[in-house]
Write a protein that binds this ligand. Structure first.
Ligand code: ACO
Length: 319
């Protein structure tokens, strides 16, 4: 049987870092409020010429370099994003073209903040069945373009960026994606959504959120997919080396880890520097931890996310 092994990671952040103090000049907020409620100290915000596609392309290039592969090695590109440059074509095909990849399939996957977990799971199905050999799985977002910059309850939370991994199909060994678990429940759409789109206002719209309800759901419900992913692999939280959750909020992350019995030292936390970058947050965090030497081959890594829909998921990877 074939397994999908992570052979490289990469990421890209916009050049401009925006601190809480800088935001406090724009809306009525404070560094103290933001840090205490969310753990966020700064986020990167895209400037002119920095787009979901340009950030995603640079992250993908860095992942290919880390893997020691050229673009011709890739026969599947999946980009998780809710903020593509255009309604269509897919950001994935724009990235594919920018990288000079002329074969295989490329498509976007839309599961908001859970997008990267859904995309990695989808790529794993292609690779483990032999339908593709090497996949670029990208999470790329520019939420700064859909947040309401007048709304202090949401605009302080989000940032822009991109991360990518290269997955390679290999004959079954120790390493690779071991299990995954995905869920959605569209009845919660009003808790977190964008109030625009081609079928409604005809404009891009802005992000709207019931923060307290999202918080409650994230901590109360999301552990089901993590438990399921552990069970499918026959492993437990004690076996885990690193917990790399979606980076929305320090309090959500720590409460989830505590509930699952995952030691705080095993958490990879980047929300302080990146803010919530939606589908980009997990591959960004994976790249940070891979490059600083925390993630080592053979380590057991759990990724997990929840986002609009709601959609949520988890995947267990032997790094
Ligand atoms: N600065 C200062 N004050 C603020 C700000 C701000 N940026 N935003 C809200 N406030 C005020 C409110 O107006 C309110 O004032 P009031 O008491 O006078 O009415 C007070 O602070 C408390 O507001 P709450 O909304 O009750 O604050 P809460 O403790 O719930 O924290 C937060 C809000 C941080 C959004 C929290 O609910 C949360 O983390 N929710 C999860 C949302 C999330 O992370 N979503 C990301 C997308 S989904 C995902 O990725 C998981």
């Amino acid at each position: 049987a074939l397994r999908s092994v992570v052979v490289g990671t990469g990421s890209c952040l916009p050049g401009r870092a925006v601190t809480n103090a800088m935001l406090a000049e724009r809306v009525e907020t404070s560094d103290e409020w933001i840090v205490q409620r969310t753990g966020i100290r700064q986020r990167h915000i895209a400037g002119e010429g920095e787009t979901t596609v340009s950030l995603g392309t640079q992250a993908a290039r860095a992942a290919l370099d880390a893997a020691g592969l050229g673009p011709e090695a890739i026969d599947l590109v999946i980009c998780a994003t809710s903020t593509p440059d255009h309604t269509f074509p897919a950001a994935a095909t724009e990235i594919q073209a920018a990288l000079g990849i002329g074969r295989g399939a490329a498509f976007d996957l839309q599961a908001v903040c859970a997008g990267f977990v859904f995309a990695l799971t989808t790529a794993d199905k292609f690779l483990s069945t032999g339908a593709a050999k090497r996949a670029l799985v990208i999470g790329a977002e520019t939420f700064s373009r859909i947040v309401d910059w007048e709304d202090r309850t949401t605009c302080v939370l989000f940032g822009d960026g991109a991360g990518a991994v290269v997955l390679e199909a290999r004959e079954e060994g120790e390493r690779g994606v071991l299990s995954s678990s995905l869920r959605s429940d569209g009845r919660h759409r009003d808790k977190l959504y964008v109030d625009g789109g081609p079928g409604s206002t005809g404009t891009t719209g802005h992000l709207r959120m019931e923060g307290k309800d999202v918080f409650r759901f994230a901590v109360g419900q999301v552990t089901d997919v993590i438990v399921d992913a552990f069970e499918k692999a026959g492993l437990t939280a004690d076996d885990l080396d690193w917990f790399v959750p979606h980076q929305a909020n320090r309090r959500i992350i720590e409460a989830s880890a505590d509930k699952l019995g995952i030691a705080r030292e095993k958490i990879v936390m980047t929300v302080d520097r990146h803010g919530n970058t939606s589908a980009a947050s997990i591959p960004l965090a994976l790249d940070v931890a891979a490059r600083d030497g925390r993630l080592k081959p053979g380590d057991l890594v759990m990724i997990e996310a929840i986002g609009g829909g709601f959609s949520w998921g988890a995947a267990l990877i032997r790094w």
